[in-house]
Design a protein around this ligand. Sequence first.
Ligand code: SF4
Ligand code: SF4
Length: 472
Amino acid sequence: MEKYDLMSDKAESFINEKEIAYTLAYARKYCADTAMVRHILAKAKEKHGLTHTEAAVLLLNEDREVWHEIAALAEEIKNAYYGNRVVLFAPLYLSNYCVNACTYCPYHAQNRHIFRKKMTQEEIKAEVMALQDMGHKRLALEAGEHPVYNPLEYILESIDTIYGIRHKAGAIRRVNVNIAATTVENYRRLHAAKIGAYILFQETYNKADYQKLHPRGPKADYAWHTEAMDRAMQAGIEDVGLGVLFGLHNYASEFVGLLMHAEHLEAVYGAGPHTISVPRLCPADDIDTADFANALPDGIFLKIIALLRLSVPYTGMIISTREGQRIREAALRLGISQISGGSKTSVGGYAAQDEPEADSAQFEISDRRSLDEVVRWLMEQGYIPSFCTSCYGNGRVGEDFMALCKKQAIHNFCTPNALLTLKEYLDNYAAPATVAVGEKLLREEMAQLPAPRRLYLQKRMDMLKEGKVVFF
Ligand code: SF4
Ligand code: SF4
């Protein structure tokens, strides 16, 4: 077996099973040790993160008081780094043809009864215009892995199509991409196509389970999949997004593996993951969650979210509409900084709003509210819904972004940009009830800004009305 080496370029070395086992044994030994727990909490309060070992000790601690402290600290850290803005995005499924055999995903090649579809460029245009009508500015592209139906050329052409659409009040400003692991050369081409972040979920870090869950297809190669982010970063993509599908394997090992992956990227490339997503196994066509013994209860799921916030305080954290309103509400308080809204997980689902969605959907959506309802709900809880993409547009990516973030200075950009893009949303897309809530929130938030920044922002808002603001 490989030795643990966080600088290694080998998957089994930077995600090392012996190290995970050692970490969990250490955590079991010390999780009820008050002095140790207090020491780790004191370090977390400095807001510069925790190691995977320290975080594992807190994960296995069962004291309710400690949990309340962790929860309060997670919220405090999120506010210190990002303020009270919550970034909104939508997934866009291009094609559900796939040659892989992932046992937890209905797009697996053996599923003969799911409706298969690959959108043409014209259909993509219709889909993107439907998303723009809702007010979306940031998309996450999704496609199965299929060398014939979904080659990289198709993905690149689709990105080009999306960035080229001008419809009503503007354009899609950031396209993140969630496609299968690929070569350095292909990552270079994605980078050249001006993608935002490259996102790839590990699914599970446990190699034996990974192989059982991915019996066939290119994704069956654990090392190829796990080393994908290294290849992406070597190709010049500076913002990468990690995630595991919680419920496939023991949650504590996955949590440790995820943090080891983040530590590896930070150590080797000087920038940890731009985002971490927390998808949890949920029902879908041809998939029965009862087949998975590691399904994660809500309490532990929320604790994982809070501890990720403590461990990698500078990383954006994403929760999707896989989760319902109640869990999303709790997760937002524990450090989530980006959410999807008004999502469809089927191919062509936005333009065909009236057609039954389940036909080609990847998973069942739990939060079925419209984007406008999600925006209003966020504001009613005191968050600023944000459609900002300015870091990407201004080249604040990778190490440069992390440097600002680690100084807890990024919220100086986030808050005014959130207010400006919210104003854009209210003026162009919002329902009257949302406008009323939004204008009140804008007044309150503006009043809290220091005078020079308030005046500058007011000027930008006036320019917005005259169509003179150029968003990136
Ligand atoms: Fe294909 Fe991705 Fe689904 Fe696996 S998870 S079957 S690679 S679409
Ligand atoms: Fe995201 Fe940067 Fe905008 Fe903040 S300023 S919301 S970090 S793009």
